[in-house]
Ligand binder design. Structure first.
Ligand SMILES: [Zn+2]
Length: 476
């Protein structure tokens, strides 16, 4: 039984989807106005693994991620560059998808906000009809928070505390409540705009008569998600995820919109939120200038190393981003890779039977994943098994069935995690043997002998670095 920590209840709960084995799952995607940073990638890699793991466990997962391709930031940037905002968004949307593919994030189906304008309008109209929303002339259509007493049930915050969360698009002194947010913004000059009656795209507002219609405009940020999920999943579904910074006000707003529109609660049964990456104790952010984009990191590191790194901490805890943690991940990936190489090369049929050990490792891995996606524990299960069977493998004493079972186990874990490279720069056998020898000396605390071997390795043009996942070898 899979258990997960539900933000809605703050409790670890058994995962029981609404419809048996069918899982409808939605994760907030990026606003495509720039390259995404590695902190966002943590969320996307995490949920990629969640979807793959649920499928591995026999669930039929329909995983949708939205792409916010209409937003203030997009319009501002595009205007500065003198290009069409929708074309500008398309450019970064394509880059995002390409980066995700390179990173091995293959499970979500992407849905653009601008492809769902009729659905947005339908929901806005429902909220107007039910008096959950009101119109401010010349400004937009706003959700009235006083009509939704449950506001704050996800974050434990209240509508009155929404002050700091009011963004420019939601700013108006004519609002009924301070925390009210725009669900439809009337067209200003320069805005890409849609006809509110027909959903038809009108182009950029250049003050032609078509735009004189007071209701022409564009969707607010929160409404696109619920419009998309209502279309594909209906008014209630199983799992909603995102970065923890989205809990308030974004996810509260989604709950208010969908539960008001349908009258059904809860809108989402399980909410999962992923913690930040931190850089020397502070959150990584563009404004602090301490973040790196996925695009630039993918030029330097193979996808397996980045995935390993992003999965190396518990998703609910902040994860340190540094050269050191990336080097450790490189070592972890190399260690598994070298082990797989040895498995593939061995043709021997020894006498040692490790089947029980392998089955135990497999169970530990599944238990760790079932227990709220505990990646550090799941990775430890793999490393323990490697450590316990490595000597037998090197000595060619493992029997054939054990070797096959081991291969199957690693293939199984990798189909979910995606951390084993298919090829890597080859470290020569004589270096690998020396590293092995040095490891054995270190284990028996023969430091002098170990240092001599290190010197020997260095003379041969390689260096070895000790990390928590074992030795990392590199050409000097
Ligand atoms: Zn969202």
């Amino acid at each position: 039984m899979i258990k997960l920590t539900n933000t809605l209840t703050s409790k670890k709960e058994s995962f029981e989807p609404i419809n048996g084995k069918k899982v409808n799952m939605f994760v907030c995607g990026p606003t495509v106005y720039d390259y995404i940073h590695i902190g966002n990638a943590r969320t996307f890699v995490f949920f990629d693994v969640v979807a793959k793991y649920l499928r591995h466990r026999g669930y039929d997962v329909n995983y949708i991620q939205n792409i916010t391709d209409i937003d203030n930031k997009i319009i501002d940037r595009a205007q500065k560059e003198g290009v069409d905002p929708l074309e500008y968004a398309k450019k970064y949307s394509d880059i995002f998808k390409e980066d995700m593919k390179t990173l091995g994030v293959t499970s979500p189906e992407y849905k653009n906000a601008t492809d769902h304008i009729p659905e947005v309008i339908k929901q806005v109209q429902t909220l107007l009809d039910k008096n959950n929303a009101y119109i401010i002339e010349g400004d937009g259509i706003y959700f009235d928070l006083s009509t939704f007493p449950d506001y704050g049930k996800l974050s434990g915050r209240t509508a009155g505390m929404a002050d700091d969360a009011v963004s420019r698009i939601d700013d108006s002194d004519k609002k009924r409540n301070r925390g009210d947010f725009a669900i439809w913004k009337f067209s200003q000059e320069g805005d890409p705009s849609w006809n509110f009656e027909t959903g038809k795209y009108l182009g950029i507002n250049n003050s032609r008569p078509a735009f004189a219609k007071a209701t022409a405009g564009r969707p607010g940020w929160h409404i696109e998600d619920t419009a998309i999920t209502e279309k594909y999943f209906g008014p209630q579904y199983d799992l909603h995820g995102g970065g923890q910074d989205l809990i308030f006000p974004h996810h509260e707003a989604e709950i208010a919109q969908q539960e008001s529109a349908s009258g059904l609660a809860p809108f989402v049964k399980y909410w999962l939120h992923v913690a930040f990456l931190i850089n020397k104790d502070e959150k990584m952010s563009k404004s602090k200038g301490n973040f790196k984009t996925v695009h630039e990191l993918l030029e330097k590191y193979p996808k397996e190393v980045l995935r390993f790194y992003l999965l190396s901490g518990h998703y609910r805890s902040p994860l340190e981003f540094s050269d050191k943690t990336l080097r450790q991940s490189e070592a972890g990936v190399s260690r598994i890779y070298e082990f797989v190489q040895k498995l593939n090369l061995t043709g021997e049929n020894g006498a040692d039977n490790a089947e029980k050990q392998i089955e135990k490792g497999r169970q530990t891995f599944l238990e760790a994943m079932d227990d709220n996606f505990n990646f550090p524990k799941a990775l430890a299960a793999i490393f323990d098994l490697i450590r316990d069977t490595n000597n037998a493998l090197v000595n060619n004493s493992l029997n054939k069935t054990s070797i096959e079972k081991m291969r199957d186990f690693l293939k199984e874990t990798d189909s979910v995690l995606g951390i084993i490279p298919t090829k890597k720069e080859k470290i020569p056998d004589e270096i690998l043997e020396l590293v092995e020898k040095r490891e054995n000396y270190r284990k028996s605390q023969k430091w002098e002998e170990a240092d001599k071997i290190r010197a020997q390795i260095e003379e041969m043009g390689y260096k070895v670095e000790d990390t928590i996942y074992g030795p990392l070898m590199e050409r000097t």
